[in-house]
Design a protein around this ligand. Sequence first.
Ligand code: GDP
Ligand code: MG
Length: 767
Amino acid sequence: MRLSDLKTGEKAYIIKVKGHGGFRKRIIEMGFIKGQEIEALLCAPLQDPVTYRVMGYEVSLRRQEAEQIEVGDEPWMQGEDSEPVTSRSTPRDQQHKTTGVKEITIALVGNPNCGKTSMFNFASGAHEHVGNYSGVTVDAKEGYTHFGGYRIRLVDLPGTYSLSAYSPEELYVRKQLVDDTPDVVVNVIDASNIERNLYLTTQLMDMHLRVVCALNMFDELELRGDKLDVDKLSSLLGMPMVPTSFKTGRGLEQLLSEVIHIFESREGHDEYYRHFHIKHDHEIEDGINNIQKYLKGNALLRMRYSTRWLAIKLMEMDTEVDAIVRGLPDYGQIIEARDTAVRRIKEETGEDSETAIMDAKYGFIRGALHEAGYVVGVKEDTYKTTHKLDALITNRWVGFPIFFFILYLMFEVTFTLGQYPMDWIEMGVERLGELIGDTMSEGPLKAMLIDGVIGGVGSVIVFLPQILILYTFISFMEDSGYMARAAFIMDKLMHGMGLHGKSFIPLIMGFGCNVPAVMATRTIESRRSRLITMLVLPMMSCSARLPIYIMISGAFFAIQYQSLVMFSLYLTGILLSVVMARILSKWVIRGEDTPFVMELPPYRFPTARAIFRHTWEKGKQYLKKMGGVILVASIIVWALGYFGTMGVAPSLEQSFIGLLGKAIEPVFYAQGFNWQLDVSLLAGVGAKEIVASTIGVLYADAGFNFSPLTAYSFLIFVLIYFPCIATIVAIKNESGSWKWAFFAAIYTTALAWVVSALVYQIGSLLY
Ligand code: GDP
Ligand code: MG
């Protein structure tokens, strides 16, 4: 419950004060301390402000301020430490109702590949709340743990190198830090790469947040024999730092104790929690002060943001921050002050303000590291293996063969190894059908269970093993660092398509599922490349299309041609994506190219646990889809086929679905599809698996009645047309407009129609 929810005359106890550092400090100094009783005394006529009694004196707060204070019915201070919190699904909306639970929200912030997700997994254990689709964290992921009498809510954020507003991820993280104000930020740092990682830390310092640093990968630092006085560095930056290794879980407990310690301590009162500014040169400092003067006059702004941070961002020409201050009455003066500062910096240093500030930050980092006695060790070159491997993997001659071999291996293993469990599941599904067939009495219910539920869901669930295997490979490639190399060696080719090396990761992920792949495009800085990547992604044949391929090619082509058919489909998809990307970049989405900047993190052997987790998360998603969309769609398709205009239809042709299929049959004359195929295509708009389950239902006892050529052009159509609703929605979310989502839906379907018609017509001429 928030303090603002308290009605006149009601009493409550303060749980915590949220909001930004400066505001927090002031309000705590005013006596708003955890466990204090507070009473709402009276309300101003317009409901704002409200007068409260706390610590025996009266104080009035604005509603916005009162919203930042969390209160509960009981003072939690009295020994509730041991109370276990059993509910796993207690997101923040419920948090306010559960009074008396001490909860700390910590946000994990850090560069990509520094070990945030590893820490998250270690800390949250089985208490994970929302799984994101893939190893590349593109969304906030929440989990819980209990420590020191607190319930700790962890939020795993996407990796970023800085908090400028260059990529959507950076903006996202920044928004999370500003709007959701975590109680404590854990800045995970790759200690084997400390200088660059600290850059982000300096930006967190500007934002005036409570930060605890995890010096992760400390094992590698020790292995290399680096020297670093951690305590010294920690005191220089004004934040606790804990050496950790989330490969083994080392340092986690100490880290969490530091989090609690800093959460409980008061700024300025505690030796422990001090806030440092990075002192810039006088021309920058003057600029900051001049701008700050205006910003400080606005109480609301001060409450939400660090004015120093706003000032620095304004000098960096940050458009988002510009938008924040635009509404202020003295916006004109602020901008004037900024322009003066920028001009002076230019005159005195010869640099633009953004570069000057960046230089100052790196200067600060170098100085701090120097004082902390930082020396890079030479005991063991931790990059040795990486360098050796890279020499091979990114080699001009063998790089591509290795890459294609890995891709080939991935699909080969997926299909051959996946065959065994697939057979078992298939057998199980069959048995289940027989069992129900033998035991239940005839009627619509039995028909629905056997033909609808088991026939529909069963024909898709058998692919779960293959999907899991595919995702195991993808997780391994991501976690080990190979995916970055793949992007690296593919950059040139990608560039030719108007894409970026980084586009490659989403494209590969698209083979698994287009939805997380579309989300993974966020790592691409250039909006143009990002859009094009998103739009051609549906050409990557996702695993949902696999059941259809296997089913149809299995029925129409001799065993020795089946892989060829499969391969040709994947290849067609890839070629079309190249063609479409070129067309789009040339005529539709024009703009300049961005330079290729991509880190190649050292190779690290991922832990089995991490791989297992990442794979399982995706598997879960698939199962959920089974139980939801696909189950419902199967039943609908079955019902439409079972009933007709006059009750139970005597034959499929006279059922609703038959009538529907017949109605649209002319649309697909050019492809030679019959009405059953048309219906399954319609049904597949929800999710492509449904095409297979629909065919499963429609041909349950009739058998296939079309030619291999039709079969092939059908497969081509399935490959290209409308991806699925979930993908379209993802494109809408990521591109920010329905325009591109509609564009994707329409162009893919039109392209599918043309290509499959060509295949059928040319094929008919030849045979
Ligand atoms: P994120 O991108 O920040 O979420 O990073 P991840 O948690 O995915 O970790 C990237 C890679 O580093 C994975 O392969 C981890 O197994 C590995 N890793 C994480 N922490 C450590 C550590 O402390 N030491 C070592 N040697 N490897 C680590
Ligand atoms: Mg991660």
